[in-house]
Design a binder for this molecule. Sequence first.
Ligand code: MG
Length: 435
Amino acid sequence: MTTLVAAGATDVGKVRSGNEDELLIAEPLYAVADGMGGHAAGEVASAAAMEALLVAFDGNPSGAGLVDAVRDANRAVWEQSRERSELRGMGTTMTAVALIDEGDEEVLAIAHVGDSRAYLLRDGELTQVTEDHSVPEELRRAGRLSPEEAAADPRKHVLTRVLGVDSEVEVDTAQLVPYRGDRLLLASDGLFGELSDDEIASILRRRSEPERVAQQLVTMAKDAGGADNITVVVIDVTDDDDRAAKASAKVGSQPVTAMPRPVFASPALDADPPTERIPRAVLTEDRPSPPPPPTPPTRATKEAPKKTRRPNLATVAFLAVLILILGLAATAILVAARGSYYVGVDGDDVAIFKGRPGGLLGFEPTLEERTGVRVADVLPSRLEDLRKGKQEPSMAAARSYVREIAEEGAKALMATTTSTIPPPASVAPPSAPLR
Ligand code: MG
């Protein structure tokens, strides 16, 4: 009897205002989903997908049942997206694993769509089991980008396959034979966007309980930047019915390989993807030098008495308090008027302004940065915020918001484009057990 022990952790991160990720731990089914399409819509997409997955898999807990359950999840998101205009364009990734009984043995079935990932740590070696369905990764697999170019490509958040944008979806599958000591990791891109595979592996190698490891992974990713929602599920194989001992004589320690997939040569990738409009400048994390601090009011209080002629003590005290109050008020107004940023509209473009939308007490906002993102490329649900001016506490936060709306607009466009492309001529069957 194979026994699994699992735990998960999720965190909104340091930049996003809401958590659009979902995780599921419902033995023997485990999954992560990363929603997109704007704050509320993203949360709806990942939650609806997870609910549909669980219900469908319960009805048919098998390898085929898992794939059907992911397809059900796709339809659930797609139908909600069609029924409610404010949710149009929403979608979600899905990476699910389930322990299933194949008759003669138990295996871990994996089903996957999008750019969340499944990793396997076996004998101390970390292997990425799933392949990302993103523009640069598809190009890398087609031999058109080097691994280094793909890793640095600004389109890595633009997905070529997600749940919820069409009535049908192609689902990647794989099977693993579980061995005692194996540790599986399911993760949203908020984890591996911040941490290298080596950093992830070093945490997974610790002999801690899954719950502690999951927390450590999330904490490390948050400390490293936390630019996105971070979600992980850690699954330990604690018993395998002595499968390792029985199999080792004839199998040995065959290395695990990632599941083979056909090269995805989408015609859409031959043309410039719409994401080209996301300028590199928007994606950089350069932080502007902070504005000079306002004059501390305490300085005024010290100098004030010198400006009065032959002052008596009561006058000095009164003036000091008055100047202190005026200084504080001026500082507060200055901070309120000029200490914040907002994302707004400049002609046809999305731009970042310094100050308050519409100005405050004579302090007019100033254009700080043209982002290169066009208003026409932003989801309709974001337009009202943009026209009013979406206030952010810092330049970095404003850039992050621009990046978020640019990505979701591009994702929606790319997903719509991809959904019109016929699937590859031949679809590989689920790969054979890896050992
Ligand atoms: Mg994400």
